[in-house]
Write a protein that binds this ligand. Structure first.
Ligand code: PXL
Length: 290
């Protein structure tokens, strides 16, 4: 049978950690890519021990194994965008820096993951320095949350003006464009800054506890929209809208913060019905009873 080459979607790579509860990290990234009709590939940087209740442990993947995964993937196919998340160690930051220096990827989204919401360190201290020195300037855009922006810039953030000052500092440190995400603020506010002007993205708080994986999903959705050729500010806006809806439709499962629903767009009509095993597109297994 002939290969189907006509319908090949953009391929995106995530370089991130694995969350066995599939809310954050690689699983969130791959679901985000798939939900936008892209094909996702992944290089793993760490195995985390976690559930909806947070991160309990981290086992980094060695730099050699990370490098081997990346070498094999980049030799095999062109990548429309790369999303970088949790890296765990300085050695892994170095592997990624070497990759970005060698290959000039068109779109690189760096989510500078430093710590889990639950407090666990997700990048070691020397890794944070290395990320500042070698990765910031190699990304199309970086997406720190407030705590990450504070750590990386050294600017304490208490107000919108502080967010702008931190974004300015991160630009001075080499970042080409910055989105500081303030989803956890009482009045959620993201600040986008590409060196020309500050664009505030305010929104109403989505009433949901199911927020596990929000940061990963947001940065992956930006990568997808860049892969489709959208302008950066538009990509950020579309990613924000996608994440808000995925939180609103998130799943209340587990004892902690449930995961987002990455596929809400496919669940309104007749693409997927309740918990049936087969979608109409796959053909009915039983005679339809409706
Ligand atoms: O949200 C940051 C993050 C990224 N990647 C992995 C994680 C977490 C937070 O827990 O576990 C794998």
């Amino acid at each position: 049978m002939a290969n189907n080459t006509a319908g090949v979607p953009p391929v995106l790579l995530t370089i991130a950690g694995f969350d066995p509860s599939a809310g954050a990290g690689i699983a969130a990234d791959l679901k985000t890519f798939a939900a936008h009709n892209c094909y996702g590939v992944a290089a793993i940087t760490a195995v985390t021990i976690q559930s909806t209740r947070g991160v309990k442990g981290v086992q980094p993947i060695s730099a050699e194994v990370l490098r081997a995964q990346l070498d094999e993937l980049v030799k095999d196919m062109p990548l429309a965008a790369v999303k970088i998340g949790m890296l765990a160690t300085r050695a892994n930051v170095q592997v990624v820096a070497e990759l970005l220096e060698k290959k000039k990827f068109p779109n690189v989204v760096l989510d500078p993951v430093l710590r889990a919401t639950s407090g666990m360190e997700l990048l070691d201290a020397s890794g944070v320095k290395e990320l500042s020195k070698r990765l910031l300037a190699r990304a199309t855009v970086i997406t720190p949350n407030i705590a990450e922006a504070e750590t990386l810039s050294g600017v304490p953030i208490k107000s919108e003006d502080d967010m702008k000052a931190a974004a300015e500092k991160l630009r001075q440190m080499g970042a080409r464009a910055v989105v500081i995400t303030g989803g956890e603020l009482e009045k959620p506010l993201d600040i986008f800054y590409d060196g020309s002007e500050f664009t505030p993205f305010g929104s109403d708080r989505v009433k949901s506890e199911n927020t596990h994986g929000t940061g990963c999903t947001f940065s992956s959705a930006i990568a997808v929209n860049l892969a489709f050729g959208r302008q950066l500010a538009d990509a950020v806006m579309l990613a924000k809208a996608y994440v808000a809806k995925a939180i609103e439709k998130g799943y209340s499962l587990g004892k902690g913060k449930g995961p987002l629903n990455h596929f809400y767009r496919y669940q309104n009509g007749n693409m997927v019905r309740s918990h049936s095993m087969h979608t109409p597109a796959e053909g009915p297994v039983h005679a339809a009873s409706h």
